[in-house]
Every structure is written in C-alpha cells, then in structure tokens.
Write a protein that binds this ligand. Sequence first.
Ligand SMILES: *[C@@H]1O[C@H](CO)[C@@H](O)[C@H](O)[C@H]1NC(C)=O
Ligand SMILES: *[C@@H]1O[C@H](CO)[C@@H](O)[C@H](O)[C@H]1NC(C)=O
Ligand SMILES: *[C@@H]1O[C@H](CO)[C@@H](O)[C@H](O)[C@H]1NC(C)=O
Ligand SMILES: *[C@@H]1O[C@H](CO)[C@@H](O)[C@H](O)[C@H]1NC(C)=O
Length: 272
Amino acid sequence: MFFSVALSVLLAAVASAQSTTLQLQSIEAQFAAAGLVGNNDLLASFNPSAVLDANFGSGSITPGSPQSVAGVANAPALTLTPANSSVTFSGQYTVAMVDADIVGTNEATTNQTRHWLVNGVSTSGNTVNALAGTNITAYGGPLPAAGSGPHRYVILVYTQPSTFTAPADLPANSPISAFNFANYVQSSGLGSLVAATYFTVEQGTASMSIPATTAVQTNTLPAAQTTGGAASGHPSGTASGSGPKPTQSNGSFIGKSVSWGLAGVALLFATL
Ligand SMILES: *[C@@H]1O[C@H](CO)[C@@H](O)[C@H](O)[C@H]1NC(C)=O
Ligand SMILES: *[C@@H]1O[C@H](CO)[C@@H](O)[C@H](O)[C@H]1NC(C)=O
Ligand SMILES: *[C@@H]1O[C@H](CO)[C@@H](O)[C@H](O)[C@H]1NC(C)=O
Ligand SMILES: *[C@@H]1O[C@H](CO)[C@@H](O)[C@H](O)[C@H]1NC(C)=O
C-alpha cells in the first residue's frame, strides 16, 4: 500500500514535469506552425522557459484556439508554469499582446497593432501581476475587421532588466496603435522571452485565401514519446490514435491531444 502510494506520488511528479515539457514543446511547435517564428515573422526565435496560461474568466484558453470578441474583451489573468525547478520568477517583466494578423503576414514589413503593453510587472509566485504595472497601453480587446481573416493575438512575457529604457515616443497611457514589435523589444532593451501564448479572433468570412500551415502532431513531440513509453500498457492512453484527427492545421486540436495524453496518464494511475 505504502509502496503503491509512494509510486503514485513519484509517477505524478514525473508526469507533471513531463506534461510541462510536453506543453513547452507543443507551444514551440505551434508557434512555428502558425508562422510566428522565423525570418520576417513576429519572433526570430522562441525558446520559452515557462508555459503561459491566459484565463479570460471562463478557464484557460487552449493555445491557438479561436476566441470570440466578447470572450477576450477584458484583460486575462496570466500564470506561468516553470519548465523545471531551476526556473524561478523575480524582478520586473514586460507584458504585451500584439495582433500578428493572419498566417503569412510579413511582420518585418508591416507593423503590429498593440493591444496591451505593460512595463514594470511583478510576479507573485507564478502569478503575473499584469494589471498592476505601468500601462503603456491598457488592455484593449481584439476587434479585427470583418472579412480580414483569423488574426493571431500573441501574449508575451519578457524579462525587463534594469537597463530597460521605455521609448520616449511611447509614453504611459498611449492608445492602441500600430508599432513594430521586434523594434520595440530590441530598442528598449527587453530581456528574454519567458513565455508566450496566442489565440485567434475572426469576424465574418475571410475574403482572401489564408496560407495553409502544417499540423502539429503532439504525439510526435519528444516528450510525448517518453510519456507514450510510460503508458505503454495502455495504448489507448497515448496521444496517438485516440485523439481527434486534425483535418486542418490551425493547431486548435493540440490541446485536445495533450488532454488525451493526460487522460492516458490518469488511466495508468487508476490501474496501479
Ligand atoms: C530548466 O529549464 C530551462 C529552460 O527551459 C533550461 O534551460 C534548463 O536546462 C533546465 N534545467 C534542467 C536541470 O533541466
Ligand atoms: C480550426 O480548425 C477547426 C477544425 O477544423 C475549426 O473548427 C476552427 O474554426 C478552426 N479555427 C481557426 C482559427 O481557423
Ligand atoms: C492598467 O490597465 C488595466 C487594464 O489593462 C487596468 O485594470 C488598470 O487599472 C490600469 N492601471 C492604471 C494605474 O490605470
Ligand atoms: C511602423 O511603426 C514605426 C513605429 O514603431 C513607424 O516608425 C513606422 O513608420 C511604421 N512602419 C509602417 C510600415 O507603418
């Protein structure tokens, strides 16, 4: 009995670390698949050290999922889950939400609409106190033009070192407007990108064709392979086969695949 409980606790710890690793690999793969990382994309590279959870009041959003204008009208609560125990949160952060427009947008030659930009943000444990920082632009929810396709709204948390200098041309309480996000990050001296997530909002029917993207198969990620091994007695519990089949690669299925993987881990525990 004790052994069984101890084993469960051990496995739970492994599964928790595993699922954070899997979530990090998922979000990295999803950002890449959504055209958010690379030359001329919003981010040159993306190696987060934490998972960013955004909750607009009705639960955590699934990364990459479509949201309604009403659903994301108010600022979300943000929570970080560190990659491992050596990642801790202290000091100041900058939180941003920008509209990276539709997949295929050249972010180097176009500017991004700034929906939220807060400097001097503190953390309390894993909670990001984004409402208590210096509002450069207070949160203003997405309102994409009808027919302009599914816009990608990206929420990002950067470390803000003491050498950070807020650009003079963007004072506190600036309204929502377009700016070049990569230039802002570089010219202000922000530090590393700790964590990020995104969702989409679309109004009406797209009047242009949206470039196809490649599906992220959660079960092919390295961490999922390891989880699959641990749950090998329960093939139905692995992320492969049992989850919904992605027919279109907008990434919204990825959270389901992750939860199917977690369901498999739960199933494993139930049988121990
Ligand atoms: C912890 O996570 C960070 C960020 O992903 C990584 O750089 C570091 O190597 C990890 N440390 C360990 C001990 O796994
Ligand atoms: C993503 O794909 C699903 C399933 O094909 C679809 O229901 C959803 O509307 C799509 N979302 C976006 C943002 O394209
Ligand atoms: C900053 O903006 C948030 C909304 O994003 C708001 O809740 C908060 O009260 C604002 N802070 C100040 C000092 O105005
Ligand atoms: C992009 O925004 C910057 C300010 O961040 C401005 O100087 C520049 O003219 C804008 N470029 C375009 C193409 O609108």
